[in-house]
Design a binder for this molecule. Sequence first.
Ligand code: PBG
Ligand code: ZN
Length: 321
Amino acid sequence: MNRFRRLRQNQAIRRLVQETEISPKDLIYPIFVIEGENIKEPVESMPGVYRYSIDKIDEILEEVDKSGISGILLFGVPAHKDSVGSEAYNENGVTQRAIRYIKAKYPNMLVIADICLCEYTSHGHCGLISGNEILNDETLPLLAKAALTNVQAGADMVAPSDMMDGDVAAIRKILDDNGFINTPIMGYSAKYCSKYYSPFRDAAGSAPEFGDRKTYQMDFHNGNEGMREIANDIEMGADIVMVKPALAYLDIIRAAKDMFNVPIAAYNVSGEYSMVKAAAINGWINERDIVMENLTAMKRAGAKIIITYHALDMAKWLKEE
Ligand code: PBG
Ligand code: ZN
């Protein structure tokens, strides 16, 4: 008889044959930086997540610094929004100033700037609009400028999350033209139109004022199309490609891993985080065990990099193991 239980009989043997290893090095922690002073504001729908003004951001950066995780993904919450998202590409915008501050004080911290317009537009869409239409090509130069100003401020990497066609190419070109040939781009390549982003839109105040994001973000019925999106991002110069969300999309992560030879990131998004936190707070699940299982599943599916609001907790738990 085949006895699979031989290799499960005690922890010493189990750890010897363990196939998937997850490390703090794999983790990226998203941070929301808000315009203003003396602000540490809880995000209601994401227990444990806060918006920080620049003067209060050290509190969380010191934790990141000690944690052993690989870096942060920065989102901005501006004081002023307009129809063209001006603050996204203002060289003194909230992320640009935050990045200058962070890189001066923590020069070795990997800072990734999320690039999009939705946090900065009055209408909450990720691109310019004309009536009810979200414009593609007209949006590209603004995304490129947003990327450039954040890189000029010191961002180590940019991650366009807009889902406009051609975004990665436009950003690669402006960075190269300005001498930033070594700044990597992480594409939000297979980004699905998902209700799992709802808590994030609370956090960033970026919910669309009309309609939805279905004309630019992907339809969750489609797997093959995700591979075409990823192939295109790689062709346009993406150094890392992302699948987002993660948990309901492990098949997409696995397919991408099998098909492409570039590092794959999984974004364990806000709604996935909030569901776990809500159940944990109610005592219905064990948070630590569930998070371990969830993040390990993303790694097992083929993600090298995991962007997660659990990153700091996870790093602590991994050290305790
Ligand atoms: C902005 C952006 C979103 C997320 C990352 N960048 C929201 C959206 O597309 O509506 C989602 C992150 C999360 O839910 O944790 N384009
Ligand atoms: Zn957006």
